[in-house]
Design a protein around this ligand. Structure first.
Ligand code: ADP
Ligand code: MG
Length: 263
């Protein structure tokens, strides 16, 4: 009813404070091929600060590739990816810093096999964050305690169960104070009795306000922790909805078919 521009459209007075609501993670028209295979097709996705996004979809639909583009473990053919408004750095120190800001936990327990649990957590703190050893060890022990594996600190990764190793991997990522955490099927390789000890840590993180992108087949977790579900198939995002809407009223045949097989 008024002709004056909305406040949000006015030129900001403080540089860098352009948009307090800007997404923390933003993918725009992202395209990716592996040779002739078109794995990501016009991916558009935003994740707000503190939001928990769960990505589901059949195997081979591009979920892992999408995650890996966000911390530049994979390059993209075209499109744009921004973290906190900044385009992804290409190389060097900036890239190392990006990988610290975007924590990632994979399906396979990718701890350094020849380092102790404590060293696994302190390594990047010392090398990338230039923290002194004592300080790094103190922070590492705090975080290991938070995920319930501080008593394992002096052991080697192979001496821990899969569930314990994944919790160490989470602590290691958290030590870098990431802006966002990516989880790519972190419980798929675990024995069933260890799944919950990892999901519990993830739920706690979600409740503490961590921004998270989680690829998972754990629909109980998705219902409990997700603010939004993204359904991918054949390299495309086919649905994006609240958990209730997605599970109760899937819109596409692909999603209906996927849910009928997984639930
Ligand atoms: P998802 O995680 O949903 O199972 P991926 O992102 O792992 O899917 O894979 C998407 C498609 O890309 C699959 O067909 C897979 O075989 C293929 N792919 C993944 N990584 C590579 C790679 N490094 N080189 C070639 N093809 C790949
Ligand atoms: Mg995958």
């Amino acid at each position: 009813s008024t002709t004056s521009p909305s406040k949000a459209k006015l030129t900001p007075l403080v540089p860098g404070k352009e948009d307090p609501n800007r997404p923390l993670v933003e993918l725009t028209h992202v395209e990716k091929h592996f040779g002739a295979l078109h794995v990501l097709k016009d991916i558009n996705l935003t994740v707000a600060k503190g939001e928990v996004l769960v990505v589901v979809g059949p195997s081979g639909s591009g979920k892992s590739t999408m995650c890996r583009t966000i911390n530049r473990l994979e390059t993209i053919d075209s499109g744009d990816i921004r973290i906190d408004g900044k385009p992804l750095p290409q190389e060097g120190k900036e890239l190392a810093n990006l990988r610290a800001e975007v924590g990632m936990v994979f399906q396979s327990f990718n701890l350094f096999a020849n380092k102790t649990i404590l060293e696994n957590v302190t390594l990047a703190l010392i090398k990338v964050r230039h923290m002194d050893k004592k300080e790094a060890e103190q922070l590492a022990m705090d975080l290991l305690a938070r995920v319930g594996v501080d008593s394992q600190a002096s052991k080697m990764p192979s001496q821990l169960s899969g569930g314990q190793q994944q919790r160490v991997a989470i602590a290691r990522a958290l030590a870098m104070r990431p802006k966002v955490m990516l989880f790519d099927e972190p419980t798929s390789a675990l024995d069933p009795e260890m799944v919950n000890e990892v999901l519990d840590v993830m739920v706690e993180l979600a409740h503490e306000g961590m921004t998270m992108i989680c690829v998972t087949h754990e629909m109980g977790f998705a219902r409990k922790a997700a603010d939004r579900i993204v359904f991918m198939a054949d390299g495309q995002i086919l649905e994006e909805n609240t958990p209730d809407e997605f599970f109760e009223h899937p819109q596409t045949d692909r999603a209906k078919d996927f849910l009928s097989k997984i639930l």
